[in-house]
Write a protein that binds this ligand. Structure first.
Ligand code: 5AD
Ligand code: SF4
Length: 442
């Protein structure tokens, strides 16, 4: 979501005469769009700010200014504290206020230092300009569209409900208009995003609230939209309607990111996840029934307070039972203001480290097996960019695997059949089925 938000901030500022620069030293304005999900991410912000402060001083010695803005969830959580801790910061702006950047920057340009971390009453999306076709093309053929923000779940480890606020869904018409603009400029894959995307309930032109599967079905009718994906989902909002959409909508890709966090019912309860391991496995079984080739990825946290060896074993056992194509995994990081951080039974760093290593080893073996199983199969690949070596182009399989082939750059933006010939550590090598490259040229 920060990638999407950063792009929208850049679009907004482009309409104010700003242009992106490659070198930080050249910037009149630097915005750090920050993440607060784990302590490591938040710590990085202050070390980055230290470096920027030095640059700002160097520029000011040469008679030029550098405005420094902290945006995103660290801004939301720290507020005025960020101004106190780092004198070089001019503005702190939360994720619900960035549409106000032009007026805020007009004030900082006059020497004010300020914060705006209100949860705005107005809908920021109404105030953000649509990106131009040039801006869209510069970002490639796969794009994000935010359809939902915030979270009402309050998992006991997570800061999101505090930094992003309550669950809000964008209206269907807004999402459709944004997607039409992207598709008209050449985008072929849309990933609709939200902190809790499958809890989407957006107001539709028929006056009803549409669930995610109806939105996806509507987007599938937009010319040029060849692929649809959505992320991130909560297991309890994985409705049968959405599961059925995987069997019914050809554009909906057979890959679902469905965070489990843990495989232990005891830990899941302490995490306030509102589901046990069997409910998670039930969603997976139903997804596989609707779309037998569906690939799954997940998020896991190790070392939540009170997690025993047996709890951790239950997580490994859930992973073995499902068989994932990929997964993200993290050591539990106590976050200020969350119930998990208050607990007295925190797990020591070494146990966390060992559990993370064991879990990642298992996931990595599953990922390699999943990739190796692709050898000899033919997939549709959406080509996104030139490959690392001359004459190569690179894209994605339906299952989110990176694929590279020898082929013409004119294929970028097209979907073509590829036979997989080898599986490397991080990508698959393939061969274009005969004639695909030629067909596109005429
Ligand atoms: N510590 C570690 N990982 C966390 N996540 C969220 N909060 C924490 C935390 N306090 C992970 C979850 C979530 C992903 C985005 O980040 O696995 O799904
Ligand atoms: Fe955080 Fe996701 Fe839980 Fe919401 S559902 S509190 S975003 S982990």
């Amino acid at each position: 979501m920060n990638v999407y938000d950063s792009a929208r901030m850049a679009d907004l500022l482009a309409s104010q005469g700003y242009a992106e620069t490659r070198r930080q030293e050249d910037a009149d304005l630097v915005i750090l769009n920050t993440c607060h999900i784990r302590e490591k991410a938040a710590d990085k912000v202050y070390s980055e700010l230290g470096k920027l402060a030095a640059m700002k001083h160097a520029r000011s010695a040469a008679g030029r200014d550098m405005q420094i803005v902290v945006a995103g969830c660290v801004a939301q959580a720290e507020g005025v504290e960020a101004l106190r801790r780092q004198r070089a910061v001019d503005l702190v702006v939360g994720p619900q206020s960035y549409h106000r950047l032009p007026e805020l920057l007009a004030r900082t340009a006059r020497g004010e230092r300020l914060t705006d971390t209100e949860f705005a009453v107005e809908d920021k999306f109404q105030f953000l300009p649509q990106p131009t076709p040039q801006q869209i093309r510069a970002r490639g053929v796969s794009a994000f569209v935010t359809v939902q923000e915030g979270c009402d779940k309050f998992c006991s480890f997570c800061v999101v409900p505090y930094t992003r606020g309550a669950e809000v869904s964008r209206q269907v018409a807004q999402v459709v208009a944004e997607t039409e603009g992207l598709a008209a400029a050449g985008v072929r894959e849309i990933t609709v995003i939200g902190q809790n995307v499958n809890a989407y309930r957006g107001e539709a032109p028929d006056g009803r609230k549409w669930p995610l599967e109806r939105l996806l079905e509507r987007l599938s009718h937009i010319g040029g939209v060849e692929r649809l994906r959505y992320t991130t989902s909560h297991p309890i909002d994985m409705s049968q309607g959405l599961i059925d959409a995987h069997g019914a909508l050809p554009q909906l890709m057979p890959f679902v990111h469905l965070p489990a966090q843990s495989g232990s019912d005891r830990v899941l309860k302490a995490m306030n996840r509102r589901h046990g391991a069997s409910a998670y496995l039930d969603r997976v079984a139903r997804l596989r029934k609707a779309r037998p080739d569906i690939a799954l990825s997940s998020d896991f946290i190790v070392g939540f307070p009170g997690e025993t060896d047996a709890d951790f074993e239950a997580t490994l056992s859930l992973i073995r039972e499902v068989g994932f194509a990929a997964a993200f995994s993290f050591k539990y990081s106590p976050r200020p203001g969350t119930p998990g951080a208050e607990r007295s039974d925190q797990i020591d760093e070494q146990a966390k480290r060992e559990r993370l290593r064991a879990l990642q080893e298992l996931i990595e073996a599953q990922r390699q097996a999943f990739n190796a199983a692709a050898i000899g199969r033919a997939f549709d690949v959406l080509f996104e960019k030139a490959g690392r070596h001359p004459g190569q182009i690179a894209g994605k399989s339906p299952y989110m695997q990176a694929v590279h082939v020898t082929g013409d750059v004119e294929l970028i933006g097209a979907v073509a059949k590829v036979t997989i010939v080898a599986a490397g550590a991080n990508s698959l090598a393939g061969r274009l089925a005969g004639g695909a490259a030629k067909e596109r040229r005429h």
